[in-house]
Every structure is written in C-alpha cells, then in structure tokens.
Design a protein around this ligand. Structure first.
Ligand SMILES: Cc1cc2nc3c(=O)[nH]c(=O)nc-3n(C[C@H](O)[C@H](O)[C@H](O)COP(=O)(O)O)c2cc1C
Length: 485
C-alpha cells in the first residue's frame, strides 16, 4: 500500500516502534546533528527521530527516516528492497511467453503495473498549498533548517527534491541537490556539473532565460528515494516513484513557477535562477566524511513557499560513514543491479561498500569467459551513467562473495600482479573528490582480481584455493558434537 504522504510514513514507523519522538528543545545549530550522528552510528542505524521542538521553530523536524535496511524497505513499501530488484528483473525478462494463456498470465500483471506508473495531474490547490507565503512574506526562517557541522558555510536544506524542466523537450527532472540558505528568500543550488539539473540550466543559459525551480520536501518517501536514484536523463522520477509505490503520483501546479509539484508534499519552495548569477557555496560537511570545499554555484531567488498547515520538515545529515544516506545508496545498488546486468549480463553481483561512499569503491563479481574480460567490464561500468564516478573498480571471479569485504581484500591481495592487472584511466570524477587534480576531472583505477588465463599471457599454473575434502568434512560433522567444541 502506498503512503498517503510523509506523515503517514512517520505514523507507520511509530507503530512499528521505529520512530522516537524528542519533546525537549534541541538546537538546529549543530545540536540536532550531534544527536542524529550518534543515533545513525548505532548498530542497525538507530531509530528515526522526530524533533518536536527544533530550536525556536514551531515546525517539527524528522530525520533518519531511511536510516536502516528495514526503514529503507518500508519507505519503498516492501519487506526488503531486494524484492524491487526481483520485480525489475522480472519485468525485463526477454522471454516471449509460449501460448495465449501463458501470455495473458505473464504479461497482463506487468501491463497493469506499468499503467499505474505515470503521474496524474490535478488542478490545485494541493495539500502542500494550505499555507502560502509570497512576495515579502517569503521567509525560510519558518523552517527548522539545520546548520549541520561547525565549518559549514551556513544552514542547508539537506533532503530537497529539486524539480526542473528541460527547456527543449519540457521533460521533468527531479534530483536531490543540497540547498544553502543565504537569507530569508535567497539560496544556493548545488547541482553539480554532471547532474541533470545543471544540464537543464545550461539549456536556459543558451536561451538567456531564467530557469524555474521547485524544491519539494516530503511526500511519499518513494518520491524522495527517486530523487536520489541515478535514472538516465529523460526518465521521469515521478514515473519511477509511481512504479515503486504502485500508485500514480498526483501533481498540482505550483503557485508562482511553471512546475507541477506533488500534491502530498509537506513543503514546496518555489523560485527562479538567472543562469548568469553565481555565488560562493559551501563549505559543507559532506558524505565523504570531509568538508567539500566552497565553490561558485547558481543562486535561487524564492518567489513562494507553500506548506501544509501542520507540516513536518524532513532532513538528513551526511558525514563520516555509516550515515542515513548509506541506506539510500544500498537500495540503489540492489535496485539498479538488474539494469546494469541488462547491458553487462556477465555481472553476477556488485557491492558498493558504505565506506566507499558510493563512488569510491565498487566490488564486482563476474562470470569470466575470455581474456581481458575483467577490463571490458571496468570500461563498460565507467561508461554507464553515474558509475562513471567510480574511482576504484575491483573485478572478482564468480566463486567470490563480493558482499564479504574481507574476502575481497584477501582475493585482491593474492590475485593481482599490480603492473599487469591494473588499469588507470582519466576522465570525469565526482565533484566531491578532493584528491583529484582538478574539480570533476581526474583518474580512476581498475583491478583485475580474477584468475588469469593463458590467453592473457599467463604461462604459470593458477593454484587452487585451499578447501577440505568432502569425506573428511562429513566425518567431522558426524563427530562434532562429541568433541564438545
Ligand atoms: C542526501 C543526499 C544529498 C545529495 N546532495 C547532492 C548535491 O548537493 N549535489 C549533487 O549534485 N548531488 C547530490 N546528491 C546526489 C544526487 O542526488 C544523485 O546523483 C541523483 O541521482 C542526481 O539526480 P540527477 O541524475 O537527476 O541529476 C545527493 C544525494 C543524497 C542522497
């Protein structure tokens, strides 16, 4: 069952004993971060938190709502987010059903599901527009926006769904890009160079026109997840959210910009960016665990803020892993694996360990079939959407459990001749990479940790991994209890 809105999701978390209310006042300036950071680092991710009195603001603040495997799965309406990967795999199955009856049995449910995906458009006002601030009344001071870390350049909206449209095609994009508050009606817009929002703005810059922007907070949590998902440009996040929640997203017109926004959102911030205007954004304590450096980014001038009468402000903090956003990343790893396999069927599994903060380390398991296969997979991944940011790709054989980082390090150490089995390439890197020679441009390395073939010039014998003989294992199983160990 889809959630009716963000507060419906919070109620469900509370019923499950997975949300803790905090009644006493906790300051939005660093203190909520300190509390939330400690909770996010508890074994299993701690509970979601509802700060009923964040600083001197009347609006409550919810945080860590995606911060465990269970809550991330609940956010997507499933018992475990692996189910969504299975569903996608099933949808992508290329087999043509044999016979009319099988066709009806297999294809009709798929078509019924897909018919629920596209968003529905309604005339307003939506629930997100119960309270409207416009003109001189626009004031971000009504929202409990966090200053997360001591060296941050200011307060940041940390869980924003940023809606824009392509100036040529009119296609919508929704991305999650942090928003720095400059004053009551002016903010930054941290869409990085390679992201779709930035590409939309470049299109408006060419036409010398301002770009309309709507920043949405809340709504069904499937919407929030969709804004973070690395969907190819042109695939509508609201369509994807409809697929995830198995119910169309309802959209209503924003008040002052030409954008349709989710009717069930808690808060909508509307505004315009003049592509020729930039201002210093940052520093910001980022998900790398380091501060991302200040840099020039576009400036958003607000035209309206709308919200529900009893809105709850959704937030997160990022920092040294493990953090809440690690679960958003894990969900993406699992949900997008079938799509990666569509292009690269030799990939059997992948693990983007949380310490690798999504784009630093990818552990990939393949069925190796021919000389150079591992290198082919690395290059293909570096060419695949946001996988282009992966700084280190390690390719393993099919008998390796890539979910076991210890096993991967053991194989990495043993199986490579560094000069022969690594491949360094240059290209785009994540804008948050502070070690690269230039912002957004640097190098990436691949490690071929698979067994080596004669066809790769390997003339020596490749040794077996040590394992016990089956008969001995069976015998010891039989006497194990007697040994009292
Ligand atoms: C909590 C969180 C904060 C993020 N902040 C930013 C950000 O400030 N700038 C950015 O470009 N990407 C940020 N991202 C990553 C993007 O949301 C992600 O790459 C997304 O797929 C971009 O969407 P797009 O492909 O439609 O541009 C963030 C992700 C999360 C989970």
């Amino acid at each position: 069952m889809a959630y009716t809105d963000f507060q419906d999701f919070l109620s469900r978390l509370e019923r499950e004993g997975d949300l803790k209310r905090i009644a006493r006042t906790v300051d939005t300036d660093l203190e909520i971060t300190e509390v939330s950071d400690r909770v996010m680092k508890m074994p299993g991710g701690g509970p979601a938190l509802l700060f009923e009195h964040p600083g001197n603001c009347e609006m409550p603040l919810a945080i860590n709502v995606f911060g465990s495997r269970k809550r991330m799965s609940m956010a997507l309406g499933v018992d475990d987010f692996e189910e969504i990967a299975c569903e996608i795999e099933n949808l992508l199955k290329p087999e043509v059903p044999r016979g009319m009856l099988n066709a009806a049995r297999e294809l009709l449910p798929k078509l019924a599901l897909l018919s629920k995906c596209p968003p529905r458009y309604q005339t307003g006002p939506g629930r997100c527009q119960e309270v409207i601030m416009q003109g001189e009344h626009v004031d971000l001071g009504h929202l409990p926006i966090l200053k997360c870390w001591p060296q941050d350049g200011g307060k940041y909206i940390t869980l924003p769904l940023v809606f824009t449209h392509d100036p040529e095609t009119g296609k919508r994009n929704v991305g999650m890009y942090r928003v720095q508050v400059y004053d009551r009606c002016t903010t930054g817009m941290h869409w990085q160079l390679h992201k779709v929002g930035a590409e939309h703005m470049r299109g408006y810059a060419e036409k010398r026109r301002p770009i309309d922007v709507a920043i949405v907070l809340g709504g069904d949590p499937a919407l929030t997840y969709s804004a973070t998902a690395p969907l190819p440009a042109g695939i509508d996040e609201m369509l994807f959210a409809g697929f995830l929640r198995k119910k169309p997203v309802t959209l209503v017109p924003a008040i002052t910009v030409d954008i349709q926004v989710p009717e069930d959102a808690e808060i909508v911030i509307e505004g315009r960016i003049d592509p020729s205007e930039q201002r210093m954004e940052g520093p910001f304590g980022d998900h790398t665990g380091y501060y991302s450096l200040a840099d020039m980014y576009p400036v958003l001038h607000l035209t309206a803020i709308t919200h529900r009468k009893k809105a709850i402000y959704p937030a997160t903090i990022v920092g040294k892993p493990p953090m809440e956003d690690g679960w958003l990343g894990k969900a993406t790893e699992r949900i997008f694996l079938p799509l990666v396999k569509l292009t690269l069927p030799e990939i059997l599994d992948m693990n983007l360990p949380v310490e690798g903060i999504f784009h630093n380390i990818a552990l990939i398991k393949i069925r190796k079939r021919y000389p150079g296969h591992a290198f082919k997979v690395m290059h293909a991944l570096w060419g695949l959407g946001q996988m282009m940011f992966t700084k280190m790709i390690m390719i393993f054989d099919e008998d390796v459990d890539v979910q076991n980082v210890g096993e991967c390090l053991w194989r990495l150490g043993n199986n490579i001749d560094p000069e022969r089995d690594t491949c360094v390439v240059r290209g785009p890197v994540d804008m948050l990479d502070h070690a690269s020679r230039l912002p957004g441009y640097g190098s990436k390395i691949g490690f071929d940790c698979t067994h080596k073939l004669a066809g790769e010039g390997f003339q020596r014998e490749w040794p077996d991994v040590i394992t016990m003989r089956e008969d001995v294992i069976r015998k010891v199983n039989g006497i194990w209890k007697e040994l009292g160990l």
